[in-house]
Design a protein around this ligand. Structure first.
Ligand code: EPZ
Length: 409
């Protein structure tokens, strides 16, 4: 995998546009399977994960045409009902496609999705929900086959407000017989975007964004065009990148104060002005609307040079501190005990050669490299390219100096 070479110590300032949301694009791309017709999507970020998802759609039989920012998906002739293992393994969220295939064809076969380095990522809540919807599930040498004559609407109470399980239940229930009610549903904005898209196609989904979601089965969906919401985690990453350098930024196309940053929100833009010295804050990651787990590592980066000590509690994933050992190579003072990380603010970070451990962990190293004294090389940027479209270009537009060193084959 290639590397980012980052020259640190440059104050970032300016204006930059946020791309479409990865975590809204993936379930919405899956949802196009439900419409036996043509769907036009705009503002889908051009990243590894959306490319893999489109590969799977093509494997299933969808025809995909792309031209300047528009993706047109024709799902009329889907001939396959199984997701290829080598593609399943490339991405955790491929399991979302299972709900969509099941919702339309009442059968699907897939292998356990690839885990990420942030945790085991089980899918027990997904499978338990499918069973409650009347689906028979069998497992054989790592493959899971789900089959039923019809999906029967029912009440499902989730043990945990799982984003993926909530999305999978919605996708599987769009054509169900009767009504499906999800209690303790995840409330993330990306679920609201999925429901808005499905309702525009003619589905009947109420309560998305709250912890009770009701899906009334319908017979048919229609062709629509839809623009994906902006990526709130990319927006947060860019704000942290500017904050750590003491800079100033205007983010366009988006929906940080306790650290002392001045944040102004004006029609669809967010403006941030960082203080000379960031203040320490304590963070607990929680399901939406709590602090997002996907921002935990990037926020930890800015806290490494804050005034005072910060405590982070990671309540969502059991292994989301792998990036800490890399930050410590740059002089960060962090101790991790289970789900708790204590960060002692230090005067400065020093450039070093570090390695991305996962998508958001890699982004945290880039943010640290922007303020570190000297040059930082971030290796294995393939992880970062999974979820950030042109992160180097966007940061360079704000005054950073990031070059890419391609890995020799
Ligand atoms: C989604 O993952 C996001 N991915 C993640 O973003 C995000 O961190 C996560 O939600 C939490 O907000 C996409 O939307 C593509 P979960 P998902 O199901 O659906 C446990 C990123 O960086 N769990 O809400 O996999 C699970 O182990 C990625 O963009 C079960 O135990 O998250 C975890 O501890 C990373 N059994 C917790 O729930 C299950 O069946 C939250 O998982 C499902 C989940």
């Amino acid at each position: 995998m290639s590397s980012y070479i980052i020259e640190g110590g440059r104050r970032l300032e300016g204006e930059v546009e946020v791309s479409g949301s990865k975590n809204a694009s993936l379930p919405i791309l899956a949802a196009t399977i439900l419409n036996k017709g043509n769907t036009k999507l705009y503002n889908v970020p051009n990243i590894h994960d959306t490319k893999i998802t489109q590969e799977i759609l093509k494997y299933l039989g969808c025809k995909i045409k792309k031209n300047n920012g528009k993706i047109e998906i024709n799902s009329k002739k889907i001939i396959k009902r199984e997701i290829p293992e080598q593609l399943m393994r490339q991405m955790r969220s491929t399991v979302i496609l299972a709900g969509a295939i099941l919702g339309r064809f009442k059968e699907v076969t897939f292998s356990y999705p690839g885990g990420c380095d942030i945790g085991t990522r089980p899918i027990d809540l997904h499978l338990a929900a499918f069973k409650k919807l009347g689906v028979n599930i069998s497992e054989d040498s790592g493959f899971i086959t789900c089959k039923c004559d019809k999906i029967i609407g029912t009440n499902i109470d989730l043990d945990f407000p799982s984003v993926g399980a909530t999305e999978n239940i919605i996708l599987a229930s769009v054509y169900a017989d009767g009504i499906t009610k999800i209690s303790n549903a995840a409330m993330e904005p990306e679920i609201v975007d999925l429901a808005k898209f499905l309702n525009k196609m003619g589905a009947k989904i109420e309560g998305a964004g709250t912890n009770i979601i009701k899906i009334t089965g319908v017979e048919k969906l229609k062709d629509v065009s839809y623009s994906i919401m902006p990526d709130r985690i990319e927006a947060g990453t860019l704000l942290c990148a500017v904050a750590i350098t003491g800079g100033k930024v205007k983010l366009n196309k988006v929906i940080l104060e306790q650290t002392g940053c001045e944040i102004k929100i004006e029609n669809k833009c967010v403006c941030l002005k960082a203080p000379k010295k960031i203040k320490a804050v304590d963070i607990k990651t929680m399901p939406y609307p709590g602090f997002p787990t996907d921002m935990q590592s990037v926020f930890a980066s800015i806290l490494t040079i804050a005034k005072g000590n910060s405590v982070i509690v990671e309540n969502i994933f059991e292994n989301r501190y792998k990036y800490v050992s890399e930050l410590k190579r740059m002089g960060a003072k962090i101790t991790v005990e289970g789900r708790i990380a204590v960060i002692k603010g230090c005067k400065k970070l020093s450039g070093a050669t570090v390695e991305s451990t996962d998508l958001r962990g890699g982004a945290a190293l880039v943010v640290a490299g922007l303020v570190a004294k000297g040059t930082t090389t971030v290796n294995k940027i393939g992880y970062i390219l999974r979820g950030y479209e042109g992160l180097d270009k966007k940061l360079n537009k704000l005054g950073a100096k990031i070059t890419i060193k391609e890995e020799k084959e």
